[in-house]
Design a protein around this ligand. Structure first.
Ligand code: ARG
Length: 463
C-alpha cells in the first residue's frame, strides 16, 4: 500500500480492511474532471497571490492536464489503493512533476476540495438534465399541439367524469414539468457557489482570492462561512428533492400510459421499439419503459431519504459520514438521466387511438353536468337540475342508452322545460368547446395556453 499523505503522525500503516472500507475512489473517481479543474483554478490563484511561483503553478497546470488526457484516453486507470480521487490525482501529479506537485494543496483541505468537486459535478450533470428535461417537455408540447381536438374522458376516482381533450390532459403534465424545470434552475443557482477557501473548517491565513477561483470555475459566488462551506450538503438534498418531485410527476404519467395502453382502455399504442415481449406468452406487448420509470421513482425517494438521514445528526463540521452523500447523489443523477431518454422516445413514437378515446368520452354520461347546467339556464336552481339529470342518467342505465340518444318525449317526462336545443347543449363538442375560461379544455383556450408557454420559453422561463 502506498504511504498515506497524512502518515506523519502514525506509527502503523492502515489495515487493508480499513483502507477498503474507507476508500471512496471506486465512486468518486467520476469527479476526476472537476477535481482537476478545481486544482488548476486554485493553483493559478496561489500564484497570482504570490503564495507559490507562477512557474510552479504552470507546471501544476500542465501536469494536471496531462493526467486529464491520460484518464480520458484510458491510459491512466483508477486501479490504485488511493483513499479518494483527490489523493489519487495529487499523488499522480507529484509522481509526474515532483516538488511543484507537493505545493498544490497549500491553503486547501480535502474538506473544501470535496465540497467544491461535488458542487461542480452536480452542476455539470444538472445542466445535462435540464436539456434532457426540456426535450422531453417539448415532445409533450408537440403532441398537445396536434391533439387540441382529440376528445377523451377526464377522470376522477378513475371513473369517467367530464369530457376533455388529449391536449388538455397533456397540458396538466406540461405545467407540472415546467415547475420542475424552474425548481431545477433554482437548485443549480444555489449549488453553483464555491466553498473553496473554507479550508478544513476555519479558512486559512493565506491571502486566498476566493472570488477569483469561483470566477475561473464559472460559479456564481463564494460561501460566506467556512463552517457552512464544508459542513452542509443542502444543495445536494435540494437536487434530490427536485428529482423526487419530477419522478413523482413522471410516475403518475407512467401509470396512465400503462393503463391507457392496456386492452381495457386502448387509448394508446406504444411503438414496438419502446415495448417488450414476454418469454412465455407470445401475444404480450409490455410497457416496460413506463413501468420502470414508475419503479425508479421509489429508488429516487430512497436516495432523498438517505441524504436527509445521513445529514440529520451530524455535528459541524465535516464528518466522514458525508462521503455517503456522493453515491446517493450520483444515483439520483444517473437514474434521471437514464429514464429521460427512453421516455422521450416512447412519447414521440406512441400512436393514439383517437376513435377509442372519443368513444369513451361519449360513454359514461360525461355530459350529465352539462345537462344540469342546461336546465339552470332554463331557470331551475342547480341543486334541482342535478337531481333531474341524475334521474335521467338512471333512466338511461335502465334502458341501456345514453342521454343524447333519448327522444324529446322521454326528456320531457323529467322536465317540460327541456326543448330541442338540449341535443346541442349536451353534445361532446359543446361540452368541450364551450369550456373556454382560462385553464379549461376548449381547443382555442388550450392553443392560447400552449402559445403562451412557447412565448415564455423563448424568454427563458418554463411556465
Ligand atoms: N473522500 C472524502 C469524502 O468524500 C474526502 C474528504 C476527506 N476529508 C477528511 N477529513 N477525511 O468525504
Amino acid at each position: 500500500m502506498a504511504k498515506k499523505m497524512w502518515a506523519g503522525r502514525f506509527e502503523k500503516a492502515t489495515d487493508k480492511a480499513v483502507n477498503d472500507f474507507n476508500s471512496s475512489l471506486p465512486f468518486d473517481c467520476r469527479m476526476y474532471k472537476q477535481d482537476i479543474e478545481g486544482s488548476v483554478a486554485h493553483s493559478q490563484m496561489l500564484a497570482k497571490q504570490g503564495i507559490i511561483t507562477q512557474e510552479d503553478a504552470d507546471k501544476i497546470k500542465e501536469g494536471l492536464l496531462s493526467i486529464l488526457d491520460d484518464i480520458e484516453s484510458g491510459k491512466l486507470t483508477f486501479d490504485s489503493d488511493a483513499e479518494d480521487i483527490h489523493m489519487f490525482i495529487e499523488e499522480e501529479l507529484t509522481n509526474r512533476i515532483g516538488d511543484a506537485g507537493k505545493r498544490l494543496h497549500t491553503g486547501r483541505s480535502r474538506n473544501d476540495q470535496v465540497a467544491l468537486d461535488q458542487r461542480l459535478y452536480a452542476v455539470d450533470e444538472a445542466k445535462e438534465i435540464q436539456s434532457l428535461l426540456g426535450e422531453f417537455r417539448d415532445a409533450l408540447i408537440d403532441l398537445a399541439e396536434e391533439n387540441t381536438e382529440t376528445y377523451m374522458p377526464g377522470y376522477t376516482h378513475l371513473q369517467r367524469a367530464q369530457p376533455i381533450t388529449f391536449a388538455h390532459y397533456l397540458m396538466a403534465y406540461i405545467q407540472m414539468f415546467g415547475r420542475d424545470m424552474d425548481r431545477l434552475d433554482e437548485a443549480i443557482a444555489r449549488t453553483n457557489i464555491s466553498p473553496l477557501g473554507s479550508g478544513a473548517l476555519a479558512g486559512t491565513t493565506y491571502p486566498l482570492d476566493r472570488p477569483f477561483v469561483a470566477d475561473q470555475l464559472g460559479m456564481n459566488g463564494v460561501t460566506l462561512n467556512s463552517l457552512d462551506g464544508v459542513a452542509d450538503r443542502d444543495w445536494a438534498i435540494e437536487l434530490a428533492s427536485f428529482a423526487s418531485l419530477f419522478m413523482m410527476h413522471l410516475s403518475r404519467l407512467s401509470e396512465e400510459i400503462i393503463l391507457y395502453s392496456s386492452q381495457e382502455f386502448k387509448f394508446i399504442e406504444l411503438d414496438d421499439a419502446y415495448s417488450t415481449g414476454s418469454s412465455m406468452m407470445p401475444q404480450k406487448k409490455n410497457p416496460d419503459v413506463a413501468e420502470l420509470a414508475r419503479g425508479k421513482t421509489g429508488r429516487v425517494y430512497g436516495d432523498l431519504i438517505s441524504l436527509l438521514v445521513t445529514m440529520k445528526g451530524l455535528p459541524l463540521t465535516y464528518n466522514k459520514d458525508m462521503q455517503e452523500v456522493q453515491e446517493a447523489l450520483f444515483d439520483v443523477i444517473d437514474t434521471i438521466k437514464g429514464v429521460l431518454v427512453p421516455f422521450t422516445g416512447m412519447i414521440k413514437t406512441m400512436k393514439l387511438r383517437k376513435d377509442n378515446m372519443e368513444k369513451a368520452a361519449l360513454g359514461g354520461f360525461t355530459n350529465a353536468t352539462d345537462l344540469a347546467d342546461y336546465l339552470v339556464r332554463k331557470g331551475i336552481p342547480f341543486r334541482s337540475t342535478h337531481e333531474i339529470s341524475g334521474k335521467l342518467v338512471h333512466y338511461c342505465i335502465e334502458h341501456d342508452t345514453t342521454l343524447e340518444k333519448l327522444s324529446l318525449d322521454e326528456f320531457k317526462q323529467f322536465s317540460d322545460l327541456i326543448e330541442e336545443d338540449v341535443y346541442d347543449a349536451i353534445s361532446l363538442e359543446t361540452c368541450v368547446n364551450k369550456r373556454t375560461i382560462i385553464g379549461a379544455p376548449a381547443p382555442e383556450t388550450v392553443k392560447a395556453a400552449l402559445s403562451k408557454i412557447k412565448g415564455l420559453e423563448n424568454d427563458g422561463s418554463s411556465n
